[in-house]
Design a protein around this ligand. Structure first.
Ligand code: MG
Length: 382
């Protein structure tokens, strides 16, 4: 049985500045990355989620592009519900059957919560993560009013998971002029069952400046740095295209190999895999497997980056050295940096590209091949 096609929708159309600063909080930096980046990476890395789309407000397209590169997005409306509906409609048009709706203000999305939500969708059209209420609750403004019995009360988090046609129909049926605070109540009001699954304290929402500080401290305390190197060589031959760092370089020869033989992306992929001790590129993409013949090496890099993201890791820096007599790398350096940065969803200043010759010595000096070495530095939960 094939799995239903599942997408995640991150609602990031807010203009709010309650968290301090003058840029909307979904674009404020947390751990050196826009807040939105964290949940986007976690959702993108989950194997049961086929695509992640983001809803931003009109005018935020450039900020989104700077944060995540060229990714699918929808333009939201005046209210949160308008934004959600725009995003859901776009997912429906693309043929998705299930959707997880997530607020960008919750950066840390544990894979276990996603697992529980998706499993619950086999039994009901909706599911939400919840946590019990630990504090005593009371009404009152200046003076203490009646205490509220917290028995049976739950705090509701996101992502919230739905059968796409059911949540779209429920939003269509919701009365105009009233706002829903979340999507689960929209489905529930329309008569759809919403199952409760166990939430996670990591999913806490970031609202105030102190929340940013706490999240930053949590990231710093919980993460350790790791670095690993990668090395690769391919033979230069006539009649092949030359691809270096995901960029086609005009040259009278190209690199030969089973895939597109992009020696630079292979070295970086091995460095990234090394940071999580996940073997090497041949472990994941065996040269004996015909499906990788002529393959675009960008997918190898993306796979390694996804494995790191799935462990909650953050790639901080990649440094690449290309070793060849020809072609000259200098004229292509910035294009290669930009391409690698785009593939890894990193700012270009997180990528370094260097080149050297070997003074006409050895196989690189004789122009028989190109070598590449890379080092990657990441942070990962300790
Ligand atoms: Mg290789």
């Amino acid at each position: 049985m094939t799995q239903p096609r599942t997408a995640a929708l991150i609602v990031a159309a807010g203009q709010g500045a309650r968290s301090g600063g003058d840029i909307p909080k979904q674009f404020r930096l947390l751990g050196g990355r826009p807040l939105l980046w964290h949940s986007w990476r976690a959702l993108s890395a989950h194997p049961a989620i086929d695509a992640v789309s983001v809803v931003v407000a009109d005018g935020q397209q450039a900020a989104l592009h700077a944060a995540l590169g060229d990714i699918p997005f929808a333009i939201g409306g005046a209210t949160r519900r308008d934004s959600v509906r725009a995003g859901l409609a776009s997912l429906h048009e693309q043929g998705f059957e299930r959707a997880l709706i997530h607020d960008a203000a919750r950066p840390f999305v544990p894979a276990g919560v996603i697992d529980r939500l998706i499993t619950a969708l086999d039994r009901a059209p909706g599911a939400v993560p919840v946590l019990p209420v630990a504090d005593t609750l009371a009404r009152g403004d200046a003076a203490l009013g009646e205490t509220v019995d917290r028995h049976g009360l739950r705090r509701i988090q996101t992502p919230q998971a739905f059968h796409l046609p059911a949540i779209i129909a429920a939003h269509d049926a919701w009365p105009n002029g009233t706002e829903a605070t979340d999507d689960a109540q929209v489905l529930s009001r329309a008569g759809g069952a919403v199952l409760l699954v166990e939430g996670d304290a990591m999913l806490e929402k970031i609202t105030y400046p102190a929340d940013f500080a706490a999240a930053e401290a949590r990231l710093n305390a919980a993460m350790c740095a790791r670095s690993a190197i990668g090395f690769d060589v391919h033979r230069l031959v006539e009649g092949e295209e030359l691809w270096l760092g995901g960029v086609r370089i005009p040259h009278d020869k190209g690199l030969s190999g089973h895939s597109d033989a992009d020696v630079a992306l292979h070295a970086i992929t091995d460095a990234l895999l090394g940071t999580i001790a996940a073997g090497d590129i041949g472990t994941h993409f065996p040269p004996s497997d015909p499906q990788w013949r002529g393959a675009d090496s960008a997918q190898f890099l993306d796979h390694a980056a996804s494995l790191i993201a799935a462990k909650g890791g953050i790639i901080d820096f990649v440094d690449l050295t290309l070793i060849c007599e020809a072609p000259k790398i200098g004229p292509h350096r910035e294009a290669i940096r930009a391409r690698i940065a785009a593939l890894l969803r990193l700012p270009p200043d997180a990528i370094s590209v260097k080149a050297t010759t070997t003074e006409r010595l050895g196989f690189t000096g004789r122009g028989e091949g190109i070598a590449a070495q890379a080092i990657a530095t990441i942070r990962i939960p300790a």
